[in-house]
Design a protein around this ligand. Structure first.
Ligand code: ADP
Ligand code: MG
Length: 553
């Protein structure tokens, strides 16, 4: 369909290329809302501790089993533009705060569903968007008001928060152990900043290996390298290690150009080799001279240099990743040395023990027992690859949550309590709003109820009874009343130790409102005629043909 418009003078102007498709107004809006709500529909059964897991199969047949909203959406191949926007919300929440991805998509879906009700009553989208934004702003303030400040030194409290984020995961049975590891790891790497603490999660290395059991998962005060010691003659274990971290190659540099050396006499050959030998030896002498007994090198180590290092009783690892070099430096206190000539005793780092150990079929080098390391490793073990993968994802959420609270030490209870509280308050506040915006605020409040409602539904509780009881208790001022999905009762979630960072709850509201507004504002979808994607199955969500399936024609 080429779109032809005419100028006042009657000249035809071709605006869209041949083959481009355009849907306008109601039709475009309906398609977008349908696609976006579908995404929310997919993830909502996985919300909360009683949520179901998803088995995702990619086109190579690889299987991922997860309950993590961001992961589910990352793995499914979404093509409708509005559906993609919903996937983006999960991503942005994941990046900002790390937890609450499912909630943000479920809430955004609910906002759109409620908006549809208003649209059908001819409320203009911009009125809805304004009402939603006003409601969101007020909701953020309400959350701030009820949030409880925590002491970052209160380990017990931190553990409860870490455990809550893992409560809704496959690994929840192991949350006492994993939670404690998360708390210790983040506290270890946290650094003082202008206001409070600053945590850089790059300082926490997560190494995983299928095998053993989850109980073997541990925090290592140092760094684990998935590399072997470079030479069989070197010691496999060094106590009181003095570690040199070297950025340059322990090899004779090859010239850039291809050079040719003509040797006419065996004597010359001998001299040539001896010179090479001498240079490598002097490199090793410099290392020995600094007092180092462990060398970690980002580049290669020549065979002859390896031999001399082994003879000197030095343990060496080569081709260490750049990211590991930085972590190693932060863990051991060593300075990364670019030029061997600069290496002195002052540049060396320290660790109680450096040892090569067998982890299943691999040999890994453990650098551990560092004094006050600013970088640590979590070694994740578990029955199978799928289990360690999901543990890794759950640890990510929990680590992010810890970072959130350490940097902004304020929490709220979970289990849908804060959502129910804010919904209740917003319903009363709505009357202060003018005209039709009031309706939008009411709908925003109703949409918030989707969180406790889905928690209850996923736990097999009666949705109507639960919501009635929840609202009744909330309106009596019991602000932490929520859905205890484990015991399938309505309860005080603060007392149940289900605690979450304020930052997560606020981000869910911000991101979901943002995407819902964005989708509601679209009244025109123009798809270029050229299809970049192969056409999807008829009626499916594949390619632009998929938009036809969503009722585009
Ligand atoms: P998200 O990706 O949004 O974090 P989750 O599946 O992790 O989704 O579920 C989080 C929700 O589950 C939050 O609202 C949280 O308060 C709630 N929750 C966690 N533990 C419990 C519990 N024991 N009882 C009830 N709700 C819980
Ligand atoms: Mg979660």
């Amino acid at each position: 369909m080429a779109s032809i418009q005419t100028t006042p003078g009657g000249m035809p102007v071709l605006i869209l290329k041949d083959g481009a498709k355009e849907t306008k107004g109601r039709e475009a809006q309906k398609n977008n809302l349908t696609a976006a709500k579908l995404i929310a529909e997919i993830v909502k059964t996985s919300l909360g501790p009683r949520g179901m897991d998803k088995m995702l199969v990619d086109n190579l047949g690889d299987v991922t089993i997860t309950n993590d909203g961001a992961t589910i959406l990352k793995e499914i191949d979404v093509q409708h533009p509005a559906a993609k926007m919903m996937v983006e919300v999960a991503k942005s929440v994941d990046n900002e705060v790390g937890d609450g991805t499912t909630s943000s998509v479920v809430f955004a879906g609910a906002l759109l569903e409620r908006a549809e009700e208003l649209l059908s009553k001819d409320v203009h989208p911009s009125v809805i968007v304004d009402g939603y934004n006003a409601a969101a702003e007020h909701a953020l303030k309400l959350l701030e008001k009820i949030a409880v400040q925590v002491e970052v030194s209160d380990k017990d409290m931190l553990l409860k928060i870490a455990r809550t984020s893992m409560d809704s995961k496959l690994v929840s049975d192991d949350s006492p152990l994993l939670g404690a590891i998360v708390v210790d790891a983040t506290k270890q790497v946290a650094e003082k900043a202008d206001r409070g603490l600053k945590v850089d999660l790059d300082d926490i290395k997560v190494e995983k290996k299928a095998g053993g059991s989850m109980h073997d998962t541990k925090l290592i005060k140092g760094i684990v390298l998935d590399k072997e010691i470079v030479h069989a003659g070197m010691p496999k274990r060094i106590e009181n290690a003095k570690i040199a971290i070297i950025n340059s190659a322990l090899e004779i540099e090859k010239t850039e150009m291809s050079a040719e050396i003509r040797i006419s006499d065996p004597q010359q050959m001998q001299m040539f080799l001896e010179e090479e030998n001498r240079m490598l030896r002097s490199m090793v002498d410099k290392i020995k001279g600094s007092g180092a007994n462990v060398v970690l090198c980002q580049k290669g180590i020549d065979d002859i240099a390896q031999h001399y290092l082994a003879k000197a009783g030095v343990l060496a690892v080569r081709r260490v990743k750049e990211s590991d070099m930085t972590k190693m430096s932060r863990a051991t206190g060593a300075r990364i040395v670019n030029n061997l000539d600069d290496l002195t005793a002052k540049d060396l780092g320290a660790a109680n023990l450096v040892e090569e150990r067998k982890v299943e079929t691999d040999k890994w080098v453990f650098v551990e027992g560092c004094k006050n390391p600013k970088s640590v490793t979590i070694l994740v073990r578990g029955g199978s690859q799928r289990v360690v993968d999901e543990a890794d994802r759950s640890l990510h959420d929990a680590l992010m949550v810890m970072k959130d609270v350490l940097e902004k030490p304020a929490i709220v209870a979970g289990g849908g309590a804060p959502e129910a509280y804010v919904a209740n308050e917003l319903r009363q506040w709505a009357s202060s709003q003018e005209g039709r915006a009031q309706l939008a605020v009411q709908k925003f409040a109703d949409a918030l109820d989707a969180i406790p409602l889905n928690l209850a539904e996923n736990a097999g509780m009666d949705p109507i009874d639960t919501m009635t009881e929840l609202r009744a208790k909330q309106s009596k001022g019991a602000k932490w009343t929520g859905v205890d999905a484990r015991n399938t009762v309505v309860a005080d979630m603060y007392k149940q130790n289900v605690l979450e960072p304020l930052a997560v709850k606020q981000q869910i509201i911000k991101s979901a409102t943002e995407v819902a507004s964005m989708i509601l504002r679209i009244d025109d979808v123009i798809a270029s005629g050229k299809s970049r994607m192969p056409a999807g199955p008829p009626g499916g969500m594949g390619g632009m043909g998929g938009m036809g399936g969503m009722g585009m024609e």
